[in-house]
Each structure stands twice: as C-alpha cells, then as structure tokens.
Design a protein around this ligand. Sequence first.
Ligand SMILES: NC(=O)c1ccc[n+]([C@@H]2O[C@H](COP(=O)([O-])OP(=O)(O)OC[C@H]3O[C@@H](n4cnc5c(N)ncnc54)[C@H](O)[C@@H]3O)[C@@H](O)[C@H]2O)c1
Ligand SMILES: O=C(O)C(=O)C[C@@H](O)[C@H](O)[C@H](O)COP(=O)(O)O
Ligand SMILES: [Zn+2]
Length: 368
Amino acid sequence: MTSVHVALGTRGYDILIEAGALARAGELLAPIAKGRSMPIVTDANLRPQLDALAASLADAGIASEAIVVPPGEGSKSWTTLAHVTERLLDLGLERSDHVIALGGGVIGDLVGFAASIMKRGCKFVQVPTSLLAQVDSSVGGKTAINTPAGKNLVGAFHQPSFVLIDPLVLETLPPRQLRAGYAEVVKYGLIDDAGFFGWCEAHGASLLDGDIEAREVAIAHSVAAKARIVAEDERETSGRRALLNLGHTFGHALEAETGFSERLLHGEAVAAGMALAFAFSVEEGLCDPADADRVAAHLKAVGLPHDLLSAGVDAPGQRLVDHMRHDKKMEGGTLPFLLARGIGATYLDRTVSLDRVAAFLDRQLVAA
Ligand SMILES: NC(=O)c1ccc[n+]([C@@H]2O[C@H](COP(=O)([O-])OP(=O)(O)OC[C@H]3O[C@@H](n4cnc5c(N)ncnc54)[C@H](O)[C@@H]3O)[C@@H](O)[C@H]2O)c1
Ligand SMILES: O=C(O)C(=O)C[C@@H](O)[C@H](O)[C@H](O)COP(=O)(O)O
Ligand SMILES: [Zn+2]
C-alpha cells in the first residue's frame, strides 16, 4: 500500500494505491460520505467493477445509485454532461455530497467537470480503472469535455477529495488500452527524470505483460511526480505544469484529425506526439538525435505509435497546425511548445513558429 498527498492546502487530498482497494472502498470512503448517499458515474464496460464498488459501499452502510454512460471519448460531450448533471439533480445531490467517478480518463474528466458545476461545485472521488487514469488523469483536477473545435476546450480545474487506485482492476483492461496508458508513464521519464525513462526501457514490456509489481512501481512513481508538479503550479500558470503537456500539442492535433475516435486513442496520440516533439527538437538543433532515436525506439518496441505514419495520420502539416491553434497554452497569438534538450530535459519554448512546425510535419511524411 502506498499513499501520496497532493499538497494543495485546503484543496489537498490523498491518493491511495493498494491492490484490492476496490473491495475496501466502503470502509475507505465512509469518513467522507458522512452517512450520505454516493452516486457512482461509470461506463457500460465497467459492470463488474461497479458491482464490486456498490457492494463494498453497501457493506459500509453507504447507499449508491449508478449512472452509466456509453464508453469512449464521445462521452466527453455536452449531451452526456447534460444527462449526468440532470440525473444527479434527480437524485437530490447536495453541494457537500460526493459523486464517484469510476472509470478511465473519460469518466474522470466528465464527472470532474459535472462536479465542478453541480450547485456551483460539489465534491467528487476518483476511482480510476484504466492505466492512463491511474497514472495521470485521476490526479490534478483538470476536468473537461471536448467540442467540435477541439480537445478539452470546455472545462474547469476542480480537485477530487480522494483518489482510490486498485492496480488489480487493470487485469480486465484490454491490451491496447493498457499500452495507450503506458505512454503517459513514459512521459514522466521524458519530462525531467531520465533515470525513470531507463526504468521504463527495462520494465515497460513486463509491465504490459501483466507484471503487477512493475505496475505498482509505475503507478506510485507517476502519481508522486504528478502530485509534486500540480502542487507547484495547480492552474498551469507558471509553466511548470505545462511540462505534463509534453507531446500533447501534436497529440491533440492528431486526435482532432482522427475525429476523437477509436482510430487513435489519447495515449497513442501522446506517444506519437512525444516522438514528434523530440524529432522537432532535433531539427531545431536543441537535442542529440540519439536521444530522439531512443524515445522512438522504446515507443515502437512496446507497440505504440512513434511517428505520423504509425499514428495513421498523413494530413498536411498546415492542417495539423490549424488544430493546434485551439491549444489552451496559446498566448497572444503564439503557442509555447514543449521541446527537449534531451531525455529528462524538456522545457517550454516560446519562440517556436507554427510555420516551422507545419514544414517539419510535411518533411516527416516525405521522409517516411
Ligand atoms: N485530466 C487529466 O489530467 C487527463 C490526463 C490524461 C488523459 N486525460 C483524458 O483521459 C481520456 C483517456 O482516458 P482513458 O485512456 O482511460 O480512456 P477511457 O476512459 O475511454 O477508457 C478506456 C477504455 O477502457 C475501458 N476500461 C477502463 N477501465 C477498464 C477496466 N479496468 N477493465 C475493462 N475495461 C476498462 C473503458 O470502458 C474504455 O472503453 C482522454 O479523454 C484524455 O483527454 C485527462
Ligand atoms: O494534468 C495535466 O496538466 C496534463 O497536461 C495531463 C495530460 O496528460 C492530459 O491529457 C490533460 O488533460 C491535457 O490537458 P490540456 O490542458 O492540454 O487539455
Ligand atoms: Zn494526456
């Protein structure tokens, strides 16, 4: 069992990582439920986890109603948000009540946003069930839905009250989803921790193969890294938290280009985006080509996209750059970019021209 605290003063909270924690959820959540019912929002793929959670809550005397939405990125939408908030109102949710987000990053982002606007802000608990959600999205309070204009464009910062991570629930996660989540694990190494990237090279394959110890190490390391960064820069104002966006400017453009669909999952887009950020850094004369090759080689070795073609995208650079203009880091018409001086040495560069990015992307396709 590992516990990590996100040090945000009155908005601070604990993240518990424990094999089998789902079965103890009732006992763990009873102190914050304070005798009130806890609605659970989940998706239709998570019936067994929903039953286990509801049974554990019932054992602890906590009532729960389930709100089940369709699985997939399409549920980060106005339609599903309206459905969830209306159901919560029907259930008589009070502002001091907690809603439980049981699922992957889609459920966490959707429910967190719903909680941020319910009665001007009710409480919520994250029970992440995908690797991506366990290592990244359940921590830090970024919540959002997508719009036709782009990814996560309507949302709020709203921190959960508690994050309950049971690594055993990953046993039912489809391998492709597991791999996609692993991309965000690799991200922590690339950002500022070359030693952890080395750990990923050594243990990534066995983690994906089912090594529970490797999973627990990766989850604990990732959430501790994210908790530190979020505590330093909760609302992404100083530039520190922007590091967590490594690969995402390219990645979100690839997701928009593929219609936020199963064609390219978020983690897959981020994997390709990180490799592109390193390749672009090489072209800009910032990064040793050997480092960029090492990044692409590891992503390729574990079966993740590592360039435009392996991400299934052959769009003109200018079209991808047009998607990037919606990036939330955009400031006064310029887009700060996460670039790399090497593995574990990324930084926010405010001098990148989007025309150079478009030309770089076109060259990537010609070279392939
Ligand atoms: N808020 C943040 O900080 C943050 C960080 C990273 C990603 N995100 C967002 O997270 C989303 C991606 O999250 P995701 O990759 O978890 O996708 P997801 O929520 O769609 O889950 C992936 C799929 O796996 C299924 N699933 C989840 N857990 C399962 C389990 N234990 N067993 C069987 N099936 C299971 C889901 O039903 C879904 O079909 C994106 O929208 C991304 O933008 C947010
Ligand atoms: O927590 C953060 O900060 C991140 O950037 C984590 C990312 O993995 C995540 O995908 C996030 O939702 C992207 O944020 P956005 O601000 O680019 O929408
Ligand atoms: Zn992400």
